[in-house]
Design a protein around this ligand. Structure first.
Ligand code: GRF
Length: 265
C-alpha cells in the first residue's frame, strides 16, 4: 500500500481550514496524515483543534523576536547560515525603493523565527507543508531550506481571493470593497513573493447585492474547506506538475510564467 502523505501545517488563528484538512485525512478524502501543527501565536483555537486530534503542536512567536532584535540586534541569535544579501536579492516582498533598514530588520528577524520553525519541522520529515491561515510571509531563507528541489515546490497556501487579484492580508475585504460581483479563493504554491506562486486550484462564488462582508467571508470560507483538501489530495497523488510556460504576445513580447499543470490519471 502506498505510504500516506506526511503533512505539516502552520497556522495563526482559528484553524477552520486546518480542521477541514484533518477531517479529510480522517475520512479518506486525503491520503495523508497531519504530523504537526505549528503556530506563530500561542493560545489560538487552531492549536486546540490539533490537540483534540492528538496532533503534536509547537509555537514560534515572532513578536518577541522582533522586540529583542530592536533592543540588541547583535545578540538576536541570527542563524549561522543566514546570508542577508542572498535572501534580499531573491525576495519579492519589497521593491528597490523600500527603506533599507526596514528590509534588513524584516529579513533578519524573519530568518531568526524561520530558523526556529525549521528546527521544529525537521523533527517530522514531512512531504508537504500547508499554510492554513498562517499570517506571515515566509522568506527565501525558509523556502530554500524546505524546498530542497527547486523545481518541486512543497509549501502550499490558501488565499481568500481569486489571485492574482487582491493579494495581502484581507482578500475578502478587498474583494467586497472593490465591488466585485464574484469572489473566490485560491490554493497555490509559495514562491518568493506575496501570494504570487503557481496556482493549483480556485473556486468562485457570486456576490449578491444583498451580501455584506460577513456573507462574503462565509461563502468564501465554505469553499476554502472544499478546495484545500482537494488540492492537497492532488499533491498526494503526484498530479501537480510545475512547468515553465512561455508565450509570445501579438506585439512580439515574451511572457514567461511557472504554472501548475494537473496531470490526468
Ligand atoms: C482563511 O480565509 C484563509 O484563506 C486566510 O486566513 C483565513 C484563515 O482561516 N489565509 P482559518 O484559520 O483557517 O479559520
Amino acid at each position: 500500500m502506498k505510504e500516506k502523505l506526511r503533512i505539516g501545517a502552520l497556522i495563526s488563528g482559528g484553524g477552520t481550514n486546518l480542521q477541514a484538512i484533518v477531517d479529510a485525512c480522517e475520512d479518506g478524502r486525503i491520503d495523508g496524515r497531519m504530523m504537526f501543527v505549528g503556530s506563530d501565536k500561542a493560545g489560538v483555537r487552531g492549536l486546540e483543534r490539533a490537540a483534540k486530534h492528538q496532533i503534536p503542536t509547537f509555537v514560534v512567536e515572532y513578536d518577541p523576536i522582533v522586540r529583542h532584535y530592536r533592543q540588541a540586534p547583535e545578540a538576536a541569535g541570527v542563524p549561522s547560515d543566514f546570508d542577508l544579501e542572498e535572501v534580499w536579492r531573491k525576495q519579492h516582498l519589497f521593491d528597490s525603493n523600500a527603506d533599507a533598514g526596514r528590509v534588513e530588520a524584516f529579513l533578519t528577524t524573519r530568518a531568526i523565527a524561520e530558523g526556529l520553525l525549521l528546527e521544529q519541522i525537521d523533527a517530522y520529515s514531512i512531504d508537504v507543508l500547508v499554510l492554513a491561515g498562517f499570517m506571515r510571509n515566509l522568506t527565501p531563507y525558509f523556502i530554500d531550506r524546505f524546498n530542497v528541489e527547486a523545481d518541486r515546490p512543497r509549501i502550499i497556501n490558501i488565499h481568500p481571493a481569486l489571485l492574482p487579484s487582491f493579494p495581502g492580508v484581507d482578500g475578502y475585504g478587498d474583494t467586497f470593497r472593490y465591488g466585485c460581483k464574484v469572489g473566490g479563493c485560491t490554493v497555490h504554491f509559495i514562491d518568493y513573493g506575496e501570494d504570487s506562486g503557481p496556482i493549483i486550484g480556485q473556486k468562485a462564488f457570486p456576490i449578491l447585492e444583498s451580501d455584506d462582508l460577513d456573507a462574503v467571508k462565509r461563502k468564501g470560507l465554505e469553499l476554502e474547506w472544499e478546495l484545500y483538501p482537494e488540492c492537497i489530495q492532488l499533491f498526494a497523488e503526484g498530479r501537480l506538475a510545475v512547468v515553465n510556460m512561455t508565450h509570445t504576445l501579438d506585439n512580439g513580447q515574451m511572457v514567461q510564467r511557472k504554472v501548475v499543470k494537473i496531470v490526468q490519471r
